[in-house]
Design a binder for this molecule. Structure first.
Ligand code: GAR
Length: 188
């Protein structure tokens, strides 16, 4: 049995997709959802999906005891799915190469602090990019700069608004994120 911890801050569409994708698979379980935002719709999704929800504040997150807590849940892979806080060193050390993030652009472009969600798509449109995409990467102590595992691209048209770009990226995320997670869990 492989056990995932999914970290969220927002809407939770990736969480929903991951949970539904693995639901028929007896070898994978979303063991917990970790949320830093009491208003995140992802929290409601976790409840609806019957997944234990762990709420964190900065203090709990930055304390090494939080790593111990996740270790005691036998987590195999931590998946950041729209989670917006920097990951503390103790967690990176406790889960080496076992924390991944999805970013809604083709890193290294449009990454780093402040580049999240809609801000990314607005910057992509403002720069008249001909394409955008998603990047799934390992997490280190800096925003959006760990080794890249997977990227997928989509063509943009001159007329695309940030909302249009977001819709295209959403499709790429829904298609690819669970498959990349599955590969990481079973291909090594
Ligand atoms: C996703 O598009 C994800 O790539 C992005 O936030 C969205 C979360 O959506 N992540 C970042 O921008 C991280 N820098 P969701 O809450 O509906 O899954």
């Amino acid at each position: 049995m492989k056990r995932l911890a999914v970290f969220v801050s927002g809407g939770g569409t990736n969480l929903q997709r991951i949970a539904e994708y693995f639901a028929p698979n007896p070898e994978v379980e979303v063991a917990c959802v970790v949320s830093n935002n009491k208003d995140a719709y992802a929290n409601q999704r976790a409840k609806n999906l019957g997944i234990p929800l762990i709420m964190i504040d900065r203090q709990r997150f930055n304390d090494k005891e939080f790593s111990d807590e996740l270790k005691s849940l036998n987590i195999d892979l931590i998946v950041l799915a729209g989670f917006l806080w920097l990951i503390p060193q103790h967690l990176i050390e406790a889960f080496p190469n076992k924390i991944i993030n999805i970013h809604p652009a083709l890193l290294p472009k449009y990454g780093g602090k402040g580049f999240y969600g809609h801000h990314v798509h607005e910057a992509v449109v403002a720069a008249h990019e001909k394409e955008s995409g998603i990047t799934i990467h390992y997490v280190n102590e800096h925003y959006d700069s760990g080794n890249i595992i997977f990227q997928a691209k989509v063509a943009l048209s001159e007329k695309d608004t940030p909302d249009d770009v977001a819709a295209k990226i959403h499709i790429l995320e829904q298609e690819n994120f669970p498959l990349v997670i599955e590969k990481l869990l079973f291909d090594k």
